[in-house]
Design a protein around this ligand. Structure first.
Ligand code: PMP
Length: 421
């Protein structure tokens, strides 16, 4: 019975484990927007694999093709050999994602996780431009490998890992100065300052909505200004869509809202649709300057993930129904959160977000974790984010039903009330 009790994990697993500390139960099965623990208790999941489960747990439209593929002994591991599963994914991605949006990208499979995609994007930007420095943003999060950590603007996430490998200069993210300093003034001055060592950065890496940084949406005009600035200074624009892509903010890519076309895009988390490891780097054709084998890795191209990713695109991205429902559900959450902020005015709550990436920021940072703990007691899973963990973060599956969404929002309202009163 070891695997059914918590103690075995405490004895055998590294202290680095984290989420289980907030949710000290052993989960066993999951379907749609719910998980079930070994005691049969059900939890509504507004965490959704930190954005890796945009279509919920075990979505039936993906499960059947996966089972069929395994049943016929489809290739599972094939490094980056040509396989039917990969070919179908590439064509489906072109037909359902790129062409309808008039986007032209070549697709790289950099390895299984978001951090692999970020590493690859940083390396390519440096190779293509022949420059080394990178610009990142305050509060950014890009992953746990050393290159990705170097462009992560949160010293807590760096832990004891030490000196950044990549020379990265953090610039103020949108709204950093609450509108008191004109957009990009600081940025432009440093770029022109011969003494700042910033004169010729290779590129800029940005999230359109910072996820781990506390659900901070950049304004459309700020994103457009950033794209222009990149053009003007010959810097490549890398949009990290690992968390906000695949429909989290409504459209497939989070940058579509600004009408910009990044030079490089990183995608992971929900792209396989089934919680299977998969990542993409999208590269403008003219800068696809990789030589064969220059960025390799054993798990580039996980064929069962290609199968579920293809099924997910066909099921959810053949029309704009998911985008429209995500935007409507997002508005609904925003209204409910605004009511919570008004009803608990003494807590100084700020409502944040875009699409179905939403957050409540608390003036007293510790209240966010307390609300998450109170919600867990009521059977709702959520995590905190932000530099002080001051934001209660909500990322439900995009497929959450209206009733489940309301159930979760009621739990959040009750939990906030118990914590702030
Ligand atoms: N970029 C962003 C924006 C992320 O949110 C994350 C993960 N939270 C990553 C990169 C890293 O992805 P992974 O954990 O799959 O390496």
């Amino acid at each position: 019975p070891g695997a059914r009790s918590e103690t075995v994990f405490g004895e055998l697993e590294s202290e680095v484990r984290s989420y289980c500390r907030n949710w000290p139960v052993v989960f066993d099965t999951a379907r749609g927007s719910r998980l079930t623990d070994v005691d049969g208790r059900s939890y509504l999941d507004f965490f959704a694999g930190a954005g890796a489960l945009n279509y919920g747990h075990n979505p039936p439209a993906l499960k059947k093709p996966l089972i069929d593929y395994l049943t016929r002994d489809g290739v599972t591991h094939g490094l980056d050999m040509y396989t039917t599963a990969k070919g179908e994914f590439l064509e489906t991605f072109r037909d359902l994602v790129l062409e309808p949006r008039n986007l032209d990208y070549r697709i790289q499979f950099p390895g299984p996780t978001g951090a692999n995609a970020v590493e690859s994007a940083l390396k390519l930007a440096r190779k293509v431009t022949g420059r080394e420095a990178m610009i990142n943003f305050t509060n950014a999060f890009h992953g746990m490998t050393l290159g990705a950590l170097s462009v992560t603007g949160n010293s807590m996430k760096r832990g004891g890992a030490g000196v950044p490998l990549v020379h990265a200069t953090p610039m103020p993210f949108d709204n950093y100065f609450d509108g008191t300093v004109p957009d990009f003034l600081w940025f432009e001055r440093l770029l022109q300052d011969q003494g700042s060592s910033l004169n010729e950065p290779a590129g800029v890496i940005v999230e359109t909505v910072q996820g781990e940084g506390g659900i901070n949406p950049a304004r459309i005009e700020w994103l457009q200004g950033l794209a222009e600035l990149c053009k003007k200074h010959g810097m490549l624009l890398i949009v990290d869509d690992v968390q906000m892509g695949v429909g989290r903010t409504g459209p497939f890519f989070s940058f579509e809202i600004a009408g910009i076309e990044p030079d490089i895009v990183t995608v992971s988390k929900s792209i396989s649709g089934y919680g299977l490891p998969m990542a993409l780097v999208l590269i403008k054709p003219e800068i696809d300057q990789w030589s064969p084998g220059e960025h390799n890795g054993t798990f580039r191209g996980h064929n069962p993930a290609f199968v579920t990713a293809t099924a997910a695109l066909r099921e959810f991205w053949s029309d704009d129904a998911l985008e429209r429902s995500t935007l409507a559900k997002g508005e609904h959450v925003d209204e409910a959160f605004t009511r919570i902020a008004t009803d608990n005015a003494e807590a100084g709550i700020t409502v944040k977000g875009r699409g179905l990436a939403r957050g409540l920021q608390f003036e007293q940072p510790e209240q966010a974790a307390k609300v998450c703990a109170a919600a867990f007691e009521r059977g709702l899973l959520m995590e905190t984010s932000g530099p002080l963990s001051e934001v209660m973060k909500v990322l439900p599956p995009l497929t959450v039903s209206d009733d489940e969404l309301d159930e979760g929002l009621t739990v959040i309202a009750e939990s906030v009330r118990t914590v702030v009163k």
